[in-house]
Design a protein around this ligand. Structure first.
Ligand code: ZN
Ligand code: ZN
Length: 316
């Protein structure tokens, strides 16, 4: 399977600013001093040799993660990143034939839903969108997002075929030979996590979840759900101190993610749902703290930690 990130910010879109760009440019110019920048090739080679934090943007779109499993496309959440995924599907000719998309909805907070009206494939009659959700009123919420008072085009007007699959909590479903398990996360109004298993590989999407003040049995349940996953997408907008201040806000930190991942023997954790108020360098600082925390507390854990970033594609 292959994971591709289309939106990684939480809460509200947070596009990079000119000040953010200038900060990166200044650092690149500093690092380039004395280096060969005489040709395009040498400049490109130099850029590719510099740390990712200086040469990329994490991106400003809200959550949307694509998982390609065999010839199936699974999509986790419909934040504003969904618009770009839709444009990509069109540009790469995927919508020229009949196309089935499998969209899993963690919950219906704006940052996880707002991309759908701008998802162009959903306007094509040869596209089928399968929605998988655990909130019983999902369809009603999706329709009301496109009520004429909020958006000019109604859900009904979108010509794709829409199929609604209500998931029971702790259920297991299959899409051909793909297995998907669902569990509930601790988040205001509830959020749901999904675990995908296929061909001996496993992927977990766990956005918008808090793990403070939960009984040990609940934590053990999450560790079990995450167990030995090859790849975990984990809601980690907070530093440790923010996490202590924002009890019951329904989010978590990289440090909690590392505790859970080490116990569950996860191979890779992708820190996700970056806070809109944190610029890229603040998010990279959280990553550094997380890496040091793992080294100190779990020196023998074989756990890779990375930042989810728009456009990042990883084969699992
Ligand atoms: Zn969110
Ligand atoms: Zn939320």
């Amino acid at each position: 399977m292959e994971v591709c990130f289309w939106g990684v910010r939480g809460s509200i879109p947070a596009p990079p600013t000119t000040a953010d760009l200038q900060k990166k440019l200044l650092r690149v110019l500093e690092l380039a001093s004395g280096k060969d920048i005489s040709s395009n090739e040498s400049r490109l080679a130099l850029l590719n040799s510099l740390p990712e934090r200086d040469t990329t943007f994490l991106g400003g779109n809200t959550p949307c993660v694509e998982l390609r499993v065999g010839n199936k496309i699974l999509i986790f959440d419909m934040g504003t990143g969904l618009r770009e995924l839709g444009d990509h599907l069109i540009k790469t000719g995927k919508t020229q034939r009949d196309l089935e998309l499998h969209v899993f909805i963690s919950h219906t907070h704006w940052d996880h839903m707002q991309g759908f009206p701008f998802f162009v494939p959903a306007y094509r009659p040869n596209v089928t969108v399968h929605f998988y959700f655990a909130h019983p009123q999902f369809k009603e919420r999706l329709e009301s997002q496109q009520d004429y008072r909020f958006f000019p085009v109604s859900l009904e007007f979108m010509a794709s075929k829409k199929v609604y699959h209500h998931l029971e909590v702790n259920s297991i479903i299959t899409i051909d030979d793909i297995i998907v398990k669902t569990t509930e996360l601790n988040h205001p109004g509830k959020s749901f996590s999904f675990r995908v298993e296929h061909g001996g590989k496993s992927f977990v999407y766990a956005s918008d979840g808090e793990y403070n003040n939960l009984p040990n049995s609940k934590i053990a349940g999450y560790i079990n759900f995450f167990r030995e996953a090859d790849f975990l997408v984990f809601d980690a907008p907070y530093s440790f101190s923010e996490e202590m201040e924002k009890i019951n806000w329904g989010h978590s930190s990289a440090l909690v993610g590392i505790d859970l991942s080490a116990k569950a023997k996860i191979k890779t954790i992708a820190l996700f749902h970056h806070a809109p108020e944190n610029d890229d360098s603040a998010v990279f600082n959280l990553l550094e703290t997380a890496i040091n925390y793992r080294k100190q507390n779990y020196p023998n854990a074989n756990l890779n930690i990375l930042l989810a970033r728009e456009g990042l594609e990883i084969r699992i």
